[in-house]
Ligand binder design. Sequence first.
Ligand SMILES: [Co+2]
Length: 434
Amino acid sequence: MTQASVAADSVPTKELSSLAVSDTSAKHDEEDGSDDEVEEEAGEGEGGAQKKKKKKNRNKKKKKTKKTGPGAAGQTSPPSIPVSQLFPSSSYREGQICEYVDDNMYRTTSEEMRARDRANERQLIDLRRAAEVHREVRQYAQSVIKPGVDLADVAEMIENGTRALVEAKGFEAGIGFPTGLSINHCAAHYTPNSGDHVIVQKDDVLKVDFGVHVNGNIIDSAFTMSWNDRYDPLLNAVRDATNTGIREAGIDVRLGDIGAAIQEVMESYEIELGGKTIPIRPLRNLCGHNIGSYVIHGGKSVPIVANGDQTRMEEGELFAIETFGTTGKGLVFEEGVCSHYAKNSAHAMPRLPSAKKLLSTIEKNFGTLPFCRRYIDRLGESHYYLGLKHLVDDGIVTAYPPLCDVQGSYTAQFEHTFILRPTVKEVLSRGDDY
Ligand SMILES: [Co+2]
């Protein structure tokens, strides 16, 4: 999820536990969409026989699950085995280790720093476990997301994969925030609401941004997919810019300096589209951010342009560096129907009864973790929109509407989460893919 500076009917889905997107794309050919899944849920009573039949079919599909898949050895495809089983005794893979430079070189070997590092071992294990889940879920996602798939199915697949691999359980482990699936000129914060069916087109540029948490330690990481190599310069620019930001980051580094480095790299790229050469610009009102316990935006912003911010990164901090490039104006605006929300840390009690009830559901299930309308739907809540609007208007909940550049432009994003350990910088979400 990103930080910006800018001014239904419910369909319970909790039983759709191992939906594979490759299966659903076949369904679109039959003009069937994912409606049969809905029927299955709604088919109590009269439709019972039909329901049974459909369950059977699904089980058959399940049997086709391969025994090996991408990700860790032993993971299935689609992913279903908890990473705690694939990495016994918390032996999770560490992220990319980067030694500190200049004035901080001493940290790598300092006994005092090593002692401080050991004191944080528990958090590091939680973060590595969440990162492993992210890598395995996204590798499967990358293999099945292609033109013709429905974003509703993609979101379900990513979220069900995350729940299975992290062994989602209350506030102990689960989804870190809604699955962002923003296309073309939209850069961030779109996820389908129930009933939305957006089909990926072959010339689309799709940003996939999802999060995993273990005990409130959130991994926030995103990548961009396209199926037309004309967009390669855009994706390369943003990947390069994000890696530049990660490389520049460190204890005592000024946030504004990181933004300047990102901007310089991003703007060194250009792209040819429709016979025109277009400069690639950063989306200057979007930012990376530090991450707090159960809080995706911890209060510090990592700009992607030189903004002169003198705030420094500090030891122990967890950061998500995300950069966005665009062929458009370089500014995002809120556009379209909202899906993403998060409860603010401090708040008053609403007076409207429907808002009070919804707030208690939000507190019980999400706390301060961001959520989307589909997550409320699957809890069995309905007719809550007015209550939700009230909570937003009262400043108890923040709405995060889709953030988009101008129509006709293309935007890309890459994002990683890293921690500034006392001894080294560890890029937790790093994988072979990005
Ligand atoms: Co983020």
